[in-house]
Design a protein around this ligand. Structure first.
Ligand code: ADP
Length: 633
C-alpha cells in the first residue's frame, strides 16, 4: 500500500461538532487554557509510556528521557507542542480525536442551551481537552507515532475544527506526538517568545517532567542552527514536595491537570504517611460536580503512582463509592510496579489505605465546615446527595458522615437553608431525646403536612427530607450522637416527656369516648386501611394517614416502581381528630350512606395531603361534588 492510499477525510462525531462550535465561542474569555490542556495531555502520554515500558523497556527506543518541548514560529504564526510519550496509532487517532467516548455525552450536550455564559460553565464541567486548541487555532495538525510501531506507521491528522478531519499515514522516525497550532490572526500573541514563556511557566510547574522552550538569544540576530532547549519548570512530582513549599496556585493548577477540570478545587489535603505502609496522597474536593456524577460507568478513583511512576488512572480501590467525587493522586512506596486492578482488589494493605484515605476526606470535609457555611454549602449543593450514600456503604464511619449531612427543617424559611444534626440537637426542647423527621416527595408537600401540626404547636423542630434517597438513607441511620431518629409519619407517635400527663390522659379519654365512631369508620374503610385511631398528631386537620411501623414509605415505593418492581402492599393507618367540626358532624350523621361518603372523602383527602395519588379519583370527585351541591342548596 502506498502512503497516499492511506489518506482519508472523516467526519467528526456529532457531539464533537457541537462541542467545537460552542467551545470556540464560550471559552474565549479564558483562551490561554488551551496550553494547559495540551501540556496536560502530553504529560499523560509520557506517564503512559513510562508505565508500559516497565514491562516492555524496548518501547523507550533510544530515547529514555521524556520531556515536552514547546516552540513558536513568529513568522509562520504556529505554535508546536511536542512530546516523546506513548503517541497514537491511526485507530487511536480516529478514536481519540474524532469522537468523545464518555458515557452520557449525548445527554450532556442536550443540556446546552445556546446561552454562552451558561454553556461556558457547563463545558468546563465536561472538560474539553484537546479540542481547546481550536479556541486559538484555525487549523491544527497532529503528527504522531505510537511507541513500538514502525517508523512508517506515523500518522498526520489535520482539521480546521469544522465538520471533518483528514488523516494520512506518514513516516515518523521519532515516537510521540507533535501538535502544531496554526494560530488565528488575532491570536498571534501566542507565537511571541516572551508571551509564550509566561503562559507556559504558569501551566507547567506542577508537571513532573521537564518542559523545554528554545533558549532565548538576547540581542543576537543569528540563532544557532540546532535549537538549544532549556527547562522552564521544576520538573518534579508536586506531591513529593513538602507542603510548605507548594503554593495554593500550584496546588490548584495541579488539580486542574489531574481532574481535567477548568475550575479551582474547593479544598485539598496533602499527606505523607510513613511507617508500616508508606505512601503520599494528595486529595481534592472539586468545586463542582462533573456532568456524569450519577452515571454508573463514569470513571472514578485516584491516579495511582508507585514510587513516582504512573501506574493507572481511576484506581477506585482507594476510596468508597460515596466519595467518588474526590480527585487526586496516591503514590505508594510498597506496591510493586506491575500491580494490577485485580491485585489491588485482593491486597489487604489496600484496605487499610482505603480506610485511612476515607478518614482524610471526611476530616477535610469537617475542616471545610469550620471554614464557614458558605464553603460547605457549595460542597453540599454539589455532592450532598452522593454523601448521603455513605451511612449505607460505610458502617464504620456512619456517625462521622451523619455529622456532615444537611437537611431542610421546619426551623428554616425555605429549603435553600439546611441544618446539621448537631445544630438540631443543640436546639432540642427540654425533655426531647429524639430527632424527628418527615420524608416526602416535595418540600412544599412536607412543609404543609398535617403530621407537623402537633410539632408546630409544641415548637419542636422536624427535619424535612425530600431527596429521592432520603428514606433509604434513614433506613441505615438509626441514631446520631446517641439520639434516635423518629419518622413522624410512621407508627405510634411517642413524644415521651414532651407530652404532659394531662395530655396523655386526655388522649386516652378521647379514644374511649370515640370508640364507636372509630369502629364505624373502620367498617367503611376496611379495604383501604390497616386500622383507624384517634390521633394526637393533629390540631387543625381532620385526619392523617400514618405508615405502619415496618411499612414501606412512598419514596421507596416510587424507587421500586421506577425499577419495574412491585412494591409490597401495605395499608396505612388513618388517624382522626375528633375535635374537628367535620368529625363532629360525622359522628352525628345517622344516614349510613352519607356517613360512608363523608368517610371516603376524609380518607381520600388525607391521602392527597400525604402526596399520594388516589386509587379511585373519579369516585372522590363525584362524592365531593354531591356534597358541594347539597351545601349550595
Ligand atoms: P482527555 O485528555 O480528557 O481524555 P482529550 O480530548 O484531551 O481528552 O484527549 C483525548 C484523548 O486523546 C486522550 O485521552 C489521549 O488518549 C489522546 N491524546 C491526546 N493528546 C495526546 C498526546 N499528546 N499523546 C498521546 N495521546 C494523546
Amino acid at each position: 500500500m502506498t502512503v497516499e492510499a492511506h489518506k482519508e477525510t472523516l467526519g467528526f462525531q456529532t457531539e464533537v461538532k457541537q462541542l467545537l462550535h460552542l467551545m470556540i465561542h464560550s471559552m474565549y474569555s479564558n483562551k490561554e487554557i488551551f496550553l494547559r490542556e495540551l501540556i496536560s495531555n502530553a504529560s499523560d502520554a509520557s506517564d503512559k509510556l513510562r508505565f508500559e515500558a516497565i514491562a516492555k523497556p524496548e518501547l523507550l527506543e533510544n530515547q529514555p528521557d521524556l520531556r515536552i518541548r514547546i516552540s513558536a514560529d513568529e513568522q509562520a504564526k504556529t505554535l508546536t507542542i511536542e512530546d516523546n510519550g506513548i503517541g497514537m496509532s491511526r485507530e487511536e487517532v480516529i478514536e481519540n480525536l474524532g469522537t468523545i467516548a464518555k458515557s452520557g455525552t449525548a445527554a450532556f450536550m442536550q443540556q446546552l442551551s445556546g446561552d454562552q455564559k451558561k454553556d461556558a460553565s457547563l463545558i468546563g464541567q465536561f472538560g474539553v481537552g484537546f479540542y481547546s486548541a481550536f479556541i486559538v487555532a484555525d487549523k491544527v495538525e497532529v503528527f504522531t507515532r505510537r511507541a513500538g510501531l514502525d517508523a512508517a506507521e506515523g500518522v498526520r491528522w489535520e482539521s480546521a475544527g469544522e465538520g471533518d478531519f483528514s488523516i494520512e499515514t506518514i513516516e515518523m522516525p521519532e515516537r510521540g506526538s507533535r501538535i502544531v497550532l496554526h494560530l488565528k490572526a488575532a491570536e498571534s500573541e501566542f507565537a511571541d517568545g516572551w508571551r509564550l514563556r509566561n503562559v507556559v511557566k504558569k501551566y507547567s510547574d506542577h508537571i513532573s517532567l521537564p518542559i523545554e522552550l528554545p533558549k532565548q538569544h538576547m540581542g543576537e540576530e543569528e540563532k544557532p542552527a540546532e535549537a538549544e532547549w532549556e527547562t522552564v519548570n521544576r520538573a518534579s512530582a508536586l506531591w513529593t514536595r513538602p507542603r510548605s513549599e507548594v503554593s495554593d496556585e500550584e496546588y490548584q493548577e495541579f488539580y486542574k491537570h489531574v481532574a481535567h477540570d477548568f475550575d479551582n478545587p474547593l479544598s485539598w489535603s496533602h499527606n505523607k504517611v510513613e511507617g508500616k505502609l508508606e505512601y503520599t496522597s494528595l486529595l481534592y474536593v472539586p468545586g463542582r460536580a462533573p456532568f456524569d456524577l450519577y452515571q454508573r460507568e463514569a470513571p472514578r478513583g485516584l491516579k495511582l503512582y508507585v514510587q513516582r511512576v504512573f501506574i493507572m488512572d481511576d484506581a477506585e480501590q482507594f476510596l468508597p463509592l460515596y466519595l467518588r467525587f474526590v480527585k487526586g493522586v496516591v503514590d505508594s512506596n510498597d506496591l510493586s510496579l506491575n500491580v494490577s486492578r485485580e491485585i489491588l482488589q485482593k491486597d489487604p494493605a489496600i484496605d487499610s489505605m482505603k480506610s485511612a484515605l476515607t478518614k482524610r476526606v471526611l476530616d477535610m470535609l469537617e475542616k471545610l465546615v469550620k471554614k464557614g457555611p458558605e464553603q460547605y454549602s457549595k460542597f453540599w449543593k454539589n455532592f450532598g446527595s452522593v454523601l448521603k450514600e455513605g451511612p449505607a456503604e460505610d458502617f464504620a464511619n456512619r456517625e462521622k458522615v451523619a455529622g456532615l449531612l444537611r437537611f431542610a427543617s421546619t426551623q428554616q424559611n425555605d429549603d435553600s437553608e439546611v441544618v446539621s444534626l448537631d445544630a438540631y440537637i443543640e436546639r432540642m426542647k427540654e425533655g426531647q431525646d429524639k430527632i424527628y423527621y418527615l420524608t416526602g416527595e416535595r418540600y412544599n408537600q412536607v412543609k404543609n403536612s398535617p403530621h407537623l401540626e402537633i410539632f408546630r404547636k409544641k415548637g419542636i423542630e422536624v427535619l424535612l427530607l425530600t431527596d429521592r434517597i432520603d428514606e433509604w438513607l434513614m433506613s441505615h441511620l438509626t441514631e446520631y450522637s446517641g439520639k434516635q431518629f423518629v419518622d413522624i409519619a410512621r407508627g405510634d407517635l411517642d413524644l415521651g416527656s414532651l407530652e404532659g400527663e394531662e395530655d396523655k390522659q386526655a388522649q386516652e379519654e378521647a379514644a374511649k369516648a370515640k370508640a364507636d365512631l372509630v369502629q364505624r369508620i373502620k367498617d367503611v374503610l376496611a379495604e383501604s386501611v390497616e386500622d383507624v385511631k384517634v390521633s394526637h398528631r393533629l390540631t387543625d386537620s381532620p385526619a392523617v394517614l400514618v405508615i405502619v411501623e415496618d411499612g414501606m414509605g412512598m419514596q421507596m415505593r416510587k424507587i421500586l416502581e421506577a425499577t419495574g418492581q412491585q412494591a409490597p402492599e401495605s395499608k396505612p393507618i388513618m388517624e382522626i381528630n375528633p375535635s374537628h367540626p367535620l368529625l363532629e358532624k360525622l359522628d352525628a350523621e345517622q344516614n349510613e350512606t352519607r356517613f360512608a361518603d363523608l368517610t371516603h372523602i376524609l380518607f381520600d383527602q388525607a391521602a392527597l395531603a400525604a402526596g399520594e395519588s388516589l386509587q379511585d379519583p373519579g369516585s372522590y370527585v363525584r362524592r365531593l361534588n354531591a356534597l358541594l351541591v347539597e351545601l349550595s342548596k
